[in-house]
Ligand binder design. Structure first.
Ligand code: ZN
Ligand code: ZN
Length: 286
């Protein structure tokens, strides 16, 4: 019988920059990194600072060589900074399958390698001992990683472009849609179809509606490439989503404020939670 274990574990839930400190002890201060376990296959969505802790855990718990699929939504710092510190990359027995977009004339390989180029890091990308297979991807693709395990991609509305991922396995699915700005007054039609009837939607809830519109006394964040927790609810309702996970928390949002947003969101959508480091959500069909 195939291994139908399907779960999502959060290692970094912040946007923009890492924020360690006493205000982020509950939800966590590391930037975007999500592990998806689908049967025997390990997928990692983004390599923010949370990736370093995930790497240590993977290296510690496995006695045999690792084969890991790392998907990069885009190359903003909060989604890549953990990669040079990813311990499994330092073991020659491991294999990393790395997926990301080219940007203009810059290939995915040059973008990923550039993050470890001198003088920013002492070891070049090519010096990492693990076997590395780089695969350039685009929006609108469907990749079959293993029997019955598919990853689909879609284009987000974000400066410089960004990809959403939909992972389907064992009759269930989860969608990772972060770093995307909505269109005020209407639900994003591309994302609505992309996430339709998914069991779990991880969504860019960087702002509140009031922050986004500038009605909180600050300036409007329209055009900055991010969405709101209220828009997450609108999208989830329009697309018949099972569970909504608010993600990519603003670095200035402390634990108390996040807890009150979570409480407020649950009044409209009871099956909604704010992502926190260490959170594990099972999608297993049993
Ligand atoms: Zn981000
Ligand atoms: Zn971004």
């Amino acid at each position: 019988m195939p291994d139908l274990d399907f779960k999502v574990i959060f290692w970094g839930v912040r946007g923009t920059r890492a924020v360690p400190g006493e205000d982020t002890l509950i939800y966590g201060g590391n930037t975007s990194c999500v592990q998806v376990q689908a049967g025997e296959t390990v997928l990692i969505l983004d390599g923010g600072t949370g990736l370093a802790n995930l790497g240590m855990q993977l290296a510690a718990e496995s006695a045999k060589p690792l084969e890991l699929h790392l998907f990069f939504s885009h190359f903003h710092w909060d989604h890549i900074q953990g990669f040079p510190f990813f311990l499994p990359a330092y073991n020659r027995d491991n294999r990393l399958l790395l997926y990301g977009e080219a940007k203009g004339q810059a290939s995915f390989a040059s973008l990923l390698g550039g993050l470890m180029s001198a003088p920013y890091f002492p070891l070049p990308f090519d010096g990492l001992p693990a076997r590395k297979d780089l695969r350039e991807i685009k929006p609108g693709q469907a990749l079959e990683l293993a029997a019955g395990l598919t990853v689909k991609t879609a284009r987000n509305n974000h400066p410089g472009g960004c990809l959403s991922f939909r992972i389907e396995y064992a009759g269930k699915s989860c969608c990772y849609c972060t770093d995307t700005e909505h269109y005020p007054g209407r639900v994003d039609a591309v994302l609505r179809e992309f996430v339709r009837e998914t069991d779990l939607l991880i969504y860019d809830a960087n702002y509140t509606d009031a922050q986004y519109l500038g009605t909180d006394g600050g300036r409007s964040r329209a055009g900055w490439g991010h969405s709101t927790w209220q828009e997450g609810i609108r999208l989830a309702e329009a697309a018949g989503v099972g569970k909504l996970v608010l993600f990519h928390h603003d670095p200035l949002r402390g634990d108390r404020e996040l807890a009150s947003i979570e409480e407020e969101a649950q009044k409209t959508l009871p099956d909604c939670i704010a992502a926190r480091e260490g959170l594990s959500v099972s999608l297993s069909p049993y």
